[in-house]
Design a protein around this ligand. Structure first.
Ligand code: ZN
Length: 91
């Protein structure tokens, strides 16, 4: 599925954003695992690859029912006991 309005959870910074918000890679090809169509996590100081770290939020939530039905930007979704707010800015 390639729904641009799908929530994607980043396995590195553990925050969510819509698939459409993931940035087109500015240096595709410079990193071995990146693909030409790859995107990068939009959160500052993250920028991990969608292909390596992006996971559909809904699939994650199937295993973690404590997570809200609709996630919020900037919230770190970690283990259910460790959900905490962080201050961050989308680029
Ligand atoms: Zn990230």
């Amino acid at each position: 599925m390639d729904d641009l309005d799908e929530w994607i959870w980043c396995g590195h910074c553990k925050r969510v954003s819509l698939r459409r918000e993931w940035k087109q890679s500015a240096h595709a090809g410079s990193v071995a695992y990146q693909r030409p169509d790859d995107r990068q996590c939009p959160y500052e100081a993250c920028g991990k690859s969608l292909h390596s770290q992006g996971h559909p939020y809904l699939l994650m939530r199937e295993n973690i029912p404590e997570w809200p039905e609709t996630p919020e930007r900037g919230v770190v979704y970690d283990s259910p006991q460790l959900i905490r707010m962080v201050v961050c800015e989308l680029h």
